[in-house]
Design a protein around this ligand. Structure first.
Ligand SMILES: NC(=O)c1ccc[n+]([C@@H]2O[C@H](COP(=O)([O-])OP(=O)(O)OC[C@H]3O[C@@H](n4cnc5c(N)ncnc54)[C@H](O)[C@@H]3O)[C@@H](O)[C@H]2O)c1
Length: 247
């Protein structure tokens, strides 16, 4: 009997990560849902009540011990790791560059850049000997579009794109795909907080479709990219942004 597909979703307590976990369950995949927010336990419980094969592992992606324990928990529960969607992330300080505190810069890079690196490192290590697997790192359209008051966030997300391209080269011959997904404005707590703090950004972001995405619209693309349907796709930075980067 074929092994059930096993996937880690970080940032799974909320927004895009939560929508990814829901779609993965609909596909019958075994989901290890990770978040630093204990609310992830309630999300996992709800998905289990609907028939999903889901476990929650409280995880801080900035800590290597915590990420190592997350991957270990997924392997212990499911035997193998086939995929991962790394969606955990935070916004920047919403200030012009000359006013950004170093501590705020370090905070956003610790979660978005270092956290994504740690997840990629340990997920790929778990996939390596099986010579198969697929990882999607949730970056942002902000990685390739100039946005006001966002240089700490944009820098952290552009770093993810570069890291993903290089990791894709390291992993291609091993049968492991690594891609970045670049959402545009999506209706989640993160986007709502950043729009409130940075009204200039809110205006730029909704062009040209003049609306934000529902989390499920981004999650559908993430699920496609992590699945075998995208079997010849690696190293890309794929916008799912309602045309924001070309507007
Ligand atoms: N919403 C948007 O408009 C938008 C646009 C582009 C990119 N993104 C990216 O999408 C991803 C998901 O964001 P979202 O909009 O769903 O936001 P969200 O705030 O709804 O979800 C982010 C989740 O990440 C978790 N998280 C934060 N720091 C963590 C840490 N150190 N360890 C573990 N978990 C942590 C949070 O607890 C939260 O549950 C982020 O990487 C974000 O940068 C979002």
């Amino acid at each position: 009997m074929a092994t059930k597909r096993s996937i880690i979703v970080t940032g799974g307590a909320s927004g895009i990560g939560k929508a990814c976990a829901e779609l993965a369950c609909e596909r019958g995949w075994a989901v290890t849902l990770a978040d630093r927010d204990p609310q992830g336990a309630t999300v996992a419980e709800t998905l289990r009540a609907a028939g999903g094969d889901v476990r929650f592992v409280e995880t801080d992606v900035t800590s290597e011990d915590s990420v190592r324990a997350l991957v270990r928990a997924a392997l212990d529960a499911c035997g193998q790791l086939h995929g991962a969607i790394n969606s955990a992330g935070i916004v920047g300080s919403s200030k012009p560059i000359h006013e950004i505190d170093l501590a705020a810069w370090d905070r956003v890079h610790a979660v978005n850049m270092r956290g994504t690196f740690l997840c990629l490192k340990h997920e790929i290590a778990a996939m390596w000997d099986h010579r198969a697997g697929s990882v999607v790192c949730v970056s942002s359209a902000a990685a390739i579009k100039g946005l006001p008051w966002s240089s700490d966030y944009c820098g952290s997300k552009a770093g993810i794109n570069g890291m993903v391209r290089s990791a894709a080269m390291d992993c291609a011959a091993q049968g492991i795909r690594v891609n970045a997904l670049l959402p545009g404005p999506t209706i989640t707590p993160l986007a709502m907080n950043s729009s409130n703090a940075n009204p200039a950004l809110a205006k730029v972001r909704i062009r040209p479709m003049e609306r934000m995405a529902e989390p499920v619209e981004v999650a559908r693309a993430a699920i496609w990219l992590v699945s075998d349907e995208a079997s010849f796709v690696t190293g890309v930075s794929m916008p799912v942004d309602g045309g924001m980067v070309v507007a």
